[in-house]
Design a protein around this ligand. Structure first.
Ligand SMILES: C[S@@+](CC[C@H](N)C(=O)[O-])C[C@H]1O[C@@H](n2cnc3c(N)ncnc32)[C@H](O)[C@@H]1O
Length: 221
């Protein structure tokens, strides 16, 4: 029996991942003191460039859906997500910072967002059950995540059939956002999502400073 093809396949399986281009490092940055960050993230002037209604439209949300907001921060998107999924839906506001989670919980109670639940997660795991969410939103946070291909694979597992992952982040030439050296080109984000087993493409949501990448799990044939 000729063992050569099996040997070659095994060798390629070992060598190819090592040949894949390395991910740019994550922008390691703490977000403590939620009230302080809220002044920036929830500044009323943000609506003009963030255009949350366009982000919500790009997500194609339906009443009754479950949506996870990974890196929810101070909860800028929570009122929008809460409204879009309605009383029968669920919003999981996830963040690594305990003070953000406290703030998110208090905000949801204060603003009577009964379908919003805040949870603390670890940096490498959104802790979502398999096939448990219809949409995942990640705004201005993907560039803070380490091991993004592996993280994308976890999100893929969490998506229900026909679920979508929507990543919004700053363009390389945006007038605001993280320091330019820490920004990720949309092509890089797509490459990382594909490495995690997702199909991904840029969609034109018409945002002035940010791109929107939408990813889906490939349909089984
Ligand atoms: C720039 S803020 C964006 C907040 C919010 N998405 C918004 O648009 O206002 C990034 C947030 O992501 C959180 N974060 C960073 N890395 C994370 C990770 N691996 N998993 C979950 N949250 C993360 C930070 O604690 C912070 O609250």
């Amino acid at each position: 029996m000729n063992h050569r093809p099996f040997f070659l396949a095994a060798l390629l399986a070992l060598v190819l991942p090592a040949c894949a281009p390395a991910e740019p490092p994550a922008y390691q940055h703490r977000f403590e003191h939620a009230e302080r960050w809220s002044k920036e993230f929830d500044d009323p002037s943000r609506d003009a460039w963030q255009q949350p209604d366009r982000v919500i439209a790009a997500m194609q949300l339906q009443p009754g859906m479950t949506v996870a907001d990974v890196g929810a921060g101070t909860g800028y998107f929570e009122p929008h997500l809460s409204r879009a999924v309605g009383d029968g839906g669920h919003v999981l506001a996830l963040d690594v910072e305990p003070d953000m989670v406290r703030h998110l919980t208090e905000r949801a109670a204060r603003e009577k967002l009964a379908n919003v639940v805040a949870r603390q997660v670890t940096p490498d795991d959104p802790s979502l059950e398999p096939a448990s969410v219809d949409r995942v939103l990640i705004v201005d946070t993907w560039h803070h995540v380490s091991g993004r291909a592996a993280y994308a694979a976890r999100l893929r597992t969490a998506l229900r059939p026909f679920g979508k992952l929507v990543i919004v982040d700053f363009r390389l030439d945006a007038h605001r956002g993280p320091p330019p050296a820490h920004r990720l080109a949309p092509e890089e984000v797509i490459r990382e999502l594909q490495a995690g087993g997702l199909d991904a493409a840029v969609v034109d949501a018409g945002l002035p400073e940010q791109y929107v990448v939408v990813a889906t799990a490939p349909v089984a044939r």
